[in-house]
Design a protein around this ligand. Structure first.
Ligand SMILES: Nc1ncnc2c1ncn2[C@@H]1O[C@H](COP(=O)(O)OP(=O)(O)OP(=O)(O)O)[C@@H](O)[C@H]1O
Ligand SMILES: [Mg+2]
Length: 311
């Protein structure tokens, strides 16, 4: 039996979220926020944290700087029962990355300093550690610039060791969605884009055409549809699952939490409807507290949320 259910190689950093800012942000003015939250950020780390909170055994590799923000992020994962024994702390010119989120009523600004996010490379990875798992997950393909040229090779190595593989690219900050993604998708078992990312990755504005194209490349395409829930396409078969009713604090990390909920069931061999329902309830839970992991940190809050909804 492998040591882990899921291993992840990826970014580890904090999110600084400001709430209650004015809708307009004129330059050179002092603008007041009504609330602030410093919390675990980064797609890879949120997926790892929330998978462990749901009860999966998770191993996580990353590179952080030798600085207090990196330490806080690392401590959060450790407290969440994620194995971080091989996370590398590297003192150098770059410090640990940071994302600042300006939260408005209907939209948000997401500002990222990449720092060590872009500097994780092949040489930081221990392939035996990552392969000692049932499943390998990869997030934020376009932010992980140091690793990106060898992600295809990494997937092939994990596949050769018998792991299944999932990918959530998240957004491409350059909005180029280059063709190497299609080659990469050839090694992926589960692709987890949101609606916009599915269209961008397929190179079409039509969601149905995008799903058709992507499902020709990947055995299982799972599209996150925000408050509409999610759908899964496996060959010709389609399973649709509605979202959970919820009072939203913010949707930061909802997609990553969905990934955690979905994968938690997927690695146990559950059917698609169960995987999607688990993804939707994890996504909904994540919106009940600030950031991507606050709602998962406290077992009592998590259990009460699931109990009230009869899950
Ligand atoms: N308003 C909402 N109400 C209920 N559930 C929601 C809501 N917004 C998101 N979710 C849940 O979270 C999941 C992921 O949301 P979304 O489609 O926004 O992902 P995403 O764009 O990848 O998010 P992220 O910004 O974290 O990358 C949805 O599929 C749904 O299950
Ligand atoms: Mg996402």
């Amino acid at each position: 039996m492998p040591r882990f259910d899921v291993t992840i190689a990826g970014e580890l950093n904090l999110d600084l979220i400001l709430y209650g800012l004015p809708e307009q942000l004129p330059p050179e003015r002092e603008l007041l926020a009504s609330g602030v939250m410093l919390t675990l950020g980064s797609s890879s780390a949120i997926v790892a944290h929330n998978l462990a909170a749901l009860g999966s055994r998770v191993g996580f590799q990353s590179r952080i700087g030798d600085d207090p923000l990196g330490q806080i992020a690392l401590d959060r994962l450790k407290q969440g029962n994620v194995d971080v024994s091989l996370v590398r702390r590297v003192a150098g010119a770059s410090t640990t990355g940071l994302t600042v989120i300006l939260h408005h009523e209907a939209w948000r600004n997401i500002l990222t300093y990449s720092g060590t996010i872009a500097e994780l490379t092949w040489d930081d990875l221990d392939l035996d550690y990552l392969a000692d798992s049932r499943h390998f997950h990869f997030s934020s393909y376009y932010l992980q610039r140091g690793l990106r040229p060898r992600v295809s090779e990494l997937f092939q190595k994990m596949k050769a060791r018998g792991l299944t593989i999932s990918l959530d690219t998240n957004d491409d900050p350059d909005d180029r969605w280059e063709g190497d993604l299609h080659e990469l998708l050839g090694h992926v078992d589960v692709f987890l884009p949101n609606e916009r990312e599915a269209r961008k990755a397929a190179g079409t504005d039509d969601l149905e055409a995008a799903i058709r194209k992507l499902s020709g490349l990947v055995p299982l395409v799972v599209v996150k549809l925000g408050r509409k829930g999610a759908l899964a396409q496996r060959g010709a078969a389609r399973v649709v699952s509605p979202s959970r009713e919820v009072v939203v604090v913010d949707t930061v990390g909802a997609g990553d939490s969905f990934d955690a909920g979905f994968l938690h069931e997927y690695v146990r061999g559950s059917d698609l409807a169960t995987c999607l329902a688990s993804g939707n309830r994890a996504g909904a839970l994540s919106t009940t507290r600030p950031g991507g992991t606050e709602a998962f940190r406290e077992a009592a809050h998590r259990q009460e949320f699931f109990r009230q909804r009869g899950i």
